[in-house]
Design a protein around this ligand. Structure first.
Ligand SMILES: Cc1cc2nc3c(=O)[nH]c(=O)nc-3n(C[C@H](O)[C@H](O)[C@H](O)COP(=O)(O)O)c2cc1C
Length: 258
């Protein structure tokens, strides 16, 4: 693999869940957000709200909420005498991309300054979190909190976490027929990598199984693919509450809501 300072920064980044008490300067914070803004965009469909008021998760120095923002777009369209006709699903999909590329630019800019970060994704699955954040941050309609992001100076160090083998991710020309062995090999890379780091043991995190399924996993064999399977195999089956919360933000995602 080719390497240079940018690639090294990308390859060494990891989610940090323990921070020192050191604060970020205003210049550091603004540099990070300004570098975030320089990400490619469809229409700059985002806003970033921050606070340094403690407590912040993992004792981080700063908390950001990255929002998909259609409000500002519509404000300037109004100035130009236009109404939006594009459907909200398209606007949200575009906005999620704008906000995500922006947020990841922030993460890498921070990393290059020696500042660690961790996303917190509760708003993607919790109507309650969407409502609570919208109220606390006084978000206008057409602004949807997408993800929370905390940053600070790391108080822990460890190797980067594994990823799927490139052959399980990068396909030339067409999507291959993945054999069960291909899948098992990729699972092993991920699971062995997380187990080696004692990732879930250190965090003391293990999603409980529900509905009478037996659980013979200990931290010796509870790893990434089991964790992720338990998450998406048990959580948030109905989209109803989430759709309600998104609708309350002023977005309609189905025909009958129009
Ligand atoms: C959308 C999103 C939501 C996330 N939510 C959480 C979270 O709620 N809590 C947490 O500790 N980490 C969270 N993470 C961090 C991931 O757990 C982490 O990126 C992943 O395990 C890979 O590890 P790495 O970032 O150290 O390479 C989230 C990451 C993303 C992109």
């Amino acid at each position: 693999m080719i390497t240079n300072p940018v690639i090294e920064t990308l390859m060494n980044r990891k989610s940090v869940r323990k921070y020192t008490d050191r604060r970020l300067s205003k210049e550091e914070m603004e540099t990070i957000v300004r570098a975030g803004q320089q990400a490619p965009f469809a229409s700059q469909l985002y806003s970033v709200i921050y606070s340094t008021e403690k407590p912040i998760a993992f004792n981080a120095a700063i908390w950001f909420v990255i929002c998909v923002d259609v409000h500002k777009l519509e404000r300037f369209m109004k100035v130009r005498g236009w109404d939006t006709v594009t459907n909200d699903l398209t606007l949200l999909l575009m906005g999620m991309q704008d906000a995500a590329y922006m947020a990841q630019n922030m993460v890498i800019a921070a990393e290059s300054l020696g500042i660690g970060s961790c996303f917190l994704g509760a708003v993607s699955s919790s109507a309650q979190r969407i409502r609570a954040l919208s109220e606390k941050l006084e978000l206008p309609e057409r602004v949807l909190p997408m993800v929370e992001l905390v940053m600070g100076y790391p108080d822990e160090d460890f190797p980067p976490r594994p990823r799927y083998p490139l052959a399980f991710t990068l396909f030339e020309g067409r999507y291959p027929k993945l054999s069960d062995d291909d899948v098992k090999e990729a699972m092993k890379v991920m699971d062995d990598g997380y187990l080696e780091q004692g990732y879930y043991r250190k965090q003391n995190v293990k999603i409980q199984v529900e509905g009478g399924r037996s659980d013979d996993h200990t931290f010796d064999n509870y790893s990434w693919t089991e964790h992720i399977s338990r998450k998406w195999g048990q959580w948030a089956a109905s989209p109803d509450e989430l759709l309600d919360a998104v609708r309350q933000r002023g977005f309609s995602l189905s025909r009958d809501m129009l």
